[in-house]
Design a protein around this ligand. Sequence first.
Ligand SMILES: Cc1cc2nc3c(=O)[nH]c(=O)nc-3n(C[C@H](O)[C@H](O)[C@H](O)COP(=O)(O)O)c2cc1C
Length: 188
Amino acid sequence: MSKILVIYASDYGSTEKAAQKIAEGARAVEGTEVEVKKALEVTPEDMSAADGIIAGSPTHMGSMHWELKKWIDEVCGGLWMKDALVGKVGAVFGTGGGYGNAGGGCELTMLSLLNNFAELGLILVPLPRNTPGYDKAGLQWGPYARAHTEQGQPVGVKEEQLESFMNHGANVARIAKVAQQHSFFPKP
Ligand SMILES: Cc1cc2nc3c(=O)[nH]c(=O)nc-3n(C[C@H](O)[C@H](O)[C@H](O)COP(=O)(O)O)c2cc1C
């Protein structure tokens, strides 16, 4: 059995909806157990027990939600010092308003989470552009859904935008299942 932990922050429900869809995709992979948690509820034990970690954030002022940064600093920091997560699988997803019609900082948000995951020694999983649903809600870094109209009205994440999230969850679960059985990185 391989375990996927989906971690998110969400004030208005869009990122939570995306997180649940990621979980649905991961759960569909045979032999995979999935847990979905808000960033503030994640413990070091949850992290150590997971084979794959998928974190998602809304874009806030062009960067990640503070709850995710708190989790990175206070939960992941201690594990980083012990190299406790090296060789696990990591991936990200996001939502945003897309202010200015050029992303509004969603790429920086996702890249900064991926940067943290690289620090932790995770095996990073991108979102290939041939993934079904990529055209509606995809970036190479992971699925991203714009939850506002071009006029800036918050309308939430639409059903048609969720396909890439589901496929991302399944991709990560398949990779984590294999990675769990190997030690790709030599121990010092
Ligand atoms: C405090 C705050 C700051 C935001 N800053 C940005 C931003 O810089 N760029 C952007 O594209 N969207 C921004 N948004 C819009 C949110 O990213 C978007 O509504 C997101 O989907 C909300 O996710 P949630 O429903 O999970 O809370 C901001 C929203 C809030 C509440």
